[in-house]
Design a protein around this ligand. Structure first.
Ligand code: PXG
Length: 445
């Protein structure tokens, strides 16, 4: 077996060639952190150490790792049908998954378009929004509105409506005609909120300002994460999403919920739309759809959107969009088996049941050195740290490295620690995550 370390620069295992995504490549390659296997709640490192997964991989392995149903389904599928053309041909698993997925959805969110990632789901949803407005005779509606601190993946559509400076500033002019409403994060009013903060519903009125500026007749859609994940777990104030929905309705603007993180039980309900009781016109998802086992995403659309495309002659393609691997057999098989696992093990309900325990364990960190906020919803938690002067991100990254040494995987963004364990986490493992964090934060300088 190829090993790392001494043989790192051998021909069989040259760490140089792989340009790693969203990674400090040089730092990593000097001090690699390699996972070689995973089971249930744990990773095993190249050195043979067990690491407790406090982040469900990258917010995706909601059912835990190497779950038998999913592993077997993928193995069976690869032997039976490895690939079928995605355009003008079909295969049963993709249809089965679309039926199962839309059956999970409230209301008339009845149609699923498959992609291979969250980024592709977002770009797909934005394109469907534009094409839909044209189809219903509203072709002047070409603007796409996102939110500051939003993360919608890394396609040009996603970074254009996204609100992360570093993800945008290096990449030219982006899409024309996008704009952003303000984010909802406010420590002055909402620090140490448990669940949804009370203050801030009025921030949704920012959309009215953009309507006044651009005119509703130019705006196709608004996309938001119901809970912003990547920029540090920003939980919507009570009443905020309801207000956003009302403003969209008033002005004929489509509302897209980017549920790449909030989907598949993360909040203790199937989706954020269920948790908050607010219906979007489209949902983008990925990650938990296959519990991270095979790459896959989906856009779920309300019936009226699909129907608007269906009045062209029957032998014509209705939407000029799709991917070679849309609804890939292995991904579809993984998806069906993952949904089975969620259902059989009651994992969404389990997340809801565990969330008060999770909340208590998180908020017990109040008063630890440099902690300036703690926030939580469902099985998501965040610890915001005071940045070291002139060294933003250093304090949280140091905590990440120390937790890893202690055998617990956490995730950091800026100086915020984000936590999102697989939904199979046990109470003793929640204790282990927060005991480790407590120890590490007490040692922090
Ligand atoms: N939308 C949202 C809301 C996301 O969180 C994407 C789109 C893009 O998905 P893909 O599959 O193209 O990566 C995401 C991805 C983190 C982290 O640590 C978050 C994501 C990905 C990697 C790391 O916060 N979110």
């Amino acid at each position: 077996m190829a090993t790392i370390g001494a043989s790192a620069h051998s021909a069989t295992n040259n760490l140089e060639s792989f340009w790693m995504p969203f990674t400090a490549n040089r730092q990593f390659k000097q001090q690699p952190r390699m996972f070689v296997s995973a089971k249930d709640m744990h990773y095993t490192t190249a050195e043979g150490k067990q690491v407790l997964d406090g982040t469900a991989g990258l917010w995706c392995c909601n059912a835990g790792h190497a779950r038998p149903r999913v592993v077997e389904a993928v193995q069976r599928q690869v032997e039976e049908l490895d690939y079928a053309p995605a355009f003008q041909m079909g295969h049963p698993k993709a249809f089965e998954l679309a039926s199962r997925l839309t059956a999970l959805m409230p209301g008339d969110l009845d149609y699923a378009f498959f992609t291979n990632s969250g980024s592709e789901s977002v770009d797909t949803a934005l394109k469907i929004a534009l094409a839909y407005q044209r189809a219903i005779g509203q072709g002047t509606r070409t603007r796409l509105i996102g939110r500051e601190r939003g993360y919608h993946g890394v396609g040009f559509g996603g970074i254009s409506v996204g609100g992360i400076v570093k993800n945008r500033m290096h990449f030219g002019t982006l899409l024309a005609g996008t704009d952003h409403i303000s984010h909802t994060h406010d420590l002055e009013h909402n620090a140490y909120s448990r669940g949804q903060p009370a203050w801030g519903a009025h921030l949704a009125d920012d959309l009215e300002k953009l309507v006044a500026l651009h005119d509703a007749s130019t705006i196709a859609a608004v996309i938001v994460e119901p809970v912003a994940g990547s920029t540090g777990v920003l939980i919507p104030p009570q009443g905020y999403l309801e207000r956003l929905r009302k403003i969209c309705d008033r002005h004929g603007i489509l509302l897209i919920f980017d549920e790449v993180i909030t989907g598949f039980g993360r909040l203790g309900a199937p989706f954020a739309t269920d948790y908050f009781g607010v219906m979007p016109d489209m949902i983008t998802c990925a990650k938990g759809l296959t519990s991270g086992v095979v790459p896959m995403g989906a856009v779920i659309c309300r019936k009226g959107i699909y129907d608007a495309f269906m009045d062209a002659p029957e032998n014509t393609i209705e939407l000029f969009h799709g991917y070679t691997y849309s609804g890939h057999p292995l991904a579809a098989a993984a998806g069906v088996a993952t949904l089975d696992t969620y259902q059989e093990e009651g994992l969404f309900e389990r997340a809801a049941e565990l969330s008060p325990y999770w909340e208590e364990a998180l908020h017990a960190l109040k008063g630890h050195p440099h902690v300036i906020d703690l926030r939580n919803l469902g099985l998501i938690g965040a610890i915001e740290l005071e940045p070291i002067a002139n060294k933003p991100t250093a304090r949280a990254f140091d905590a990440f490295l120390r937790c890893y040494e202690e055998g617990v995987l956490i995730r950091t963004t800026g100086d915020i620690i984000a936590l999102s364990p697989p939904l199979i986490v046990e109470k003793a493992q929640i204790d282990r995550i927060f005991d480790t964090l407590s120890k590490v934060l007490k040692q922090a300088h």
